[in-house]
Design a protein around this ligand. Sequence first.
Ligand code: FEO
Ligand code: CA
Ligand code: CA
Length: 479
Amino acid sequence: SGNAASLGRGIGFKSVPMAAVDRIVVPEGYSAQVLYRWGDAVGVAGQMPAFNADASNTAAEQALQAGMHHDGMAFFPTEGSSQRGLLVMNHEYVDDGLLHTDGMKNWSAEKVRKSMNAHGVSVIEIQREGSGWKQVAPSKFARRITALTPMTLTGPAAGHPMLRTAGDPTGTRILGTYNNCANGHTPWGTYLTCEENFADYFEGVENPDAHQRRWGIRKGNGAKYRWHEHEERFSAAKHPNESNRYGWVVEIDPQDPASTPIKRSALGRAAHEGAATALTADGRAVVYMGEDSRFEYIYKFVSRDRVKPGGFAANRELLDHGTLYVARFDVDGTGEWMPLVQGQGPLTADKGFANQGDVLIKSRQASDALGATKMDRPEWTTVDPITKEVYCTLTNNSNRGGQGQPFMDAANPRSNNTMGQIIRWKETGDLDATRFAWNHLVLAGDPKQSRYEAQGNIKGDTFGSPDGLLVDARGVLWI
Ligand code: FEO
Ligand code: CA
Ligand code: CA
């Protein structure tokens, strides 16, 4: 990026040519190694089952092994070390054809449990060795968090009637996290995992109500993962509130394997992709979040309190108090963060928002009411630590401009958008500002494409469907 160039710190690798080969290709002078594979023991002392290549490991063994389909991850250095630390990563979803010896044949409660245990998060310890890294196992930090791990839900929606179920009349104790896609990590040392396509696991009803329709809880959803056949809470007919207990950002303390993960309702409910954190000048936490779904929204949470020194112990409730906003991108290149606060604007009892829990659980409906901008699948966000510009990948949206679908707008300027774009903005003032100025870093595409809208405006290497995104400490943007 320009920052790195101006600092004289180019990253200096040679481009890798585009190719359609099924292997990892790295630039000249670099190497790649496999560190932690599906089925590798996470490293709990005395409980390190070996991986069976015929996929015959049991559900109980899977709960002690790496899950499938790793996605967002973060490294937590041990006492500032660049040689040793904890690597925390998401296991987004499973491929049941590979997960079980005979795939989805003879579907059973054991297979559902194995699938649930192959989702979630791993905490592993790693250390530098030679030119690479190796897993430290056993490790006192080793932990698997799965779709069955007990969690709590805190913040303004805790105990809300829409969160209460037969299994949990308190509306605060939830089993598990799953479909964890991108992530975040906080200045006080915790990991944030985000629940993305949770709706795909709930078998909906024949005649869904407006809330279920808005959140995609449809008849037929259950066919993909078939959890509801043996884990009844994933049947919306029997347990209509269970789906409201997913779609949250979950805070995990990786240093304490006995800690209970916490779903932070103050950050709102969404098909959450990521949660990028930064600080205001006076030390309050700001969390930027995208909702990766066609025509959904970009959110920002600003904490009420300042981050205190002392790690998680000193900041246990920091993400429980603050203001959640949703973005509107205007045609003149400015934008507004609109507060998702009960009683303000259209968010009143007569519109279905009687309390802040209603607003947070029904954040999509609240954002609709506020007239937020319907985006082309917001994936990761990242804050440039030097310029404080914020970037967000809008991966694609082939439905844009289609029949009965929203038309293109300034921020999402292409119909049948198969390539995606990266949008960026600068807050007007500090990161807690309610106004901002925005533009596009790039419209992704390939100039050789015949369809004009797929060509994009990339100068240099072509790419499409940007997803993971991070500005590093030098100001180098990785896409
Ligand atoms: Fe799971 Fe938005 O990618
Ligand atoms: Ca993913
Ligand atoms: Ca993603």
